[in-house]
Write a protein that binds this ligand. Structure first.
Ligand code: 0O2
Length: 235
């Protein structure tokens, strides 16, 4: 079987699993359209949030002559990852259920220049009246036991369609360049893999996260020394 035929079959099977038995007779095309429509809504929500961050970055660059955002990455969870997560968490398989139970179908990662920028940007976003905070996990103030640091927010944002206004959830991860480089390398080395790390390797990874935390701290201090008036606007 050609590779893309195999892929198509896998996709069709995964997609079929998201529909009730009674619905499974519906045409492949109909299911595909329903799934794609929901994913398009998530994409619109992601674009809304990305634009909000770009606007904030623009304003900072005018007011303070510098950009608090180094880069932004967005991703939609693949059908494979969605079904894997539903299965792992024992959540019913359906489009309604994935919308109700999964917070990270739409994900946006904002890489900030300095640690203070993470909180300034998060506060600025959350103060906007169309954004509702559903969950906040501060892994910078309380890093994970392996050393992982980032600020995670789950927000609900409205998207305006032709005939309706729909609220969609988006997962936002804010982190500095140092946090991102640690997380990306750690992800490559071990996240979700079955490889058994030795105690020494776990300690080494943790030690690297400490180094990255002290790098962020020193960089914030240097920035405040170079630009003391910025400190006043970043409590
Ligand atoms: P992907 O492909 O990066 O999205 P949740 O899975 O969100 O429902 P949980 O476990 O409470 O539930 O979420 P949490 O702690 O907020 O973290 C989820 C995401 O944060 C992960 O997404 C990773 O992106 C990132 N993350 C969390 N812990 C670690 C870590 O130890 N190392 C690295 N590198 N990243 C981490 P996914 O779904 O795993 O994958």
């Amino acid at each position: 079987m050609a590779d893309n035929t195999k892929q198509n079959l896998l996709f069709k099977n995964l997609l079929a699993s998201l529909f009730e038995e009674s619905d499974r007779d519906g045409s492949w095309q109909k299911r595909f359209t329903q799934y794609n429509t929901l994913m398009a809504y998530y994409k619109c929500a992601m674009m809304e949030v990305e634009t909000k961050f770009n606007v904030l970055n623009q304003e900072y660059s005018i007011q303070y002559d510098r950009n608090p955002i180094n880069s932004i990455r967005t991703r939609l969870k693949s059908l494979e990852s969605i079904t894997e997560k539903l299965e792992k968490r024992n959540i019913p398989f359906s489009l309604e259920s994935l919308e109700k139970n999964l917070n990270d179908v739409a994900g946006i990662r904002v890489i900030c220049s300095f640690q203070q920028d993470v909180y300034t940007l998060a506060d600025a976003l959350l103060s906007q009246d169309d954004i509702t905070l559903l969950e906040r996990k501060d892994y910078i103030a309380n890093p994970k036991s392996n050393g992982y640091r980032s600020l995670h927010l789950i927000v609900s944002v409205p998207i305006f369609l032709v005939r309706e206004k729909r609220y969609m959830r988006v997962e936002i991860q804010l982190r500095t360049i140092a946090m991102d480089s640690w997380a990306s390398l750690e992800h490559q080395l071990r996240y979700k893999k079955d490889f058994e790390f030795t105690e020494e390797m776990v300690n080494d990874l943790y030690y690297c996260s400490q180094l990255s935390a002290s790098l962020d701290e020193k960089m914030d201090k240097l920035r405040n020394a170079v630009n003391p008036e910025h400190k006043k606007s970043n409590p």
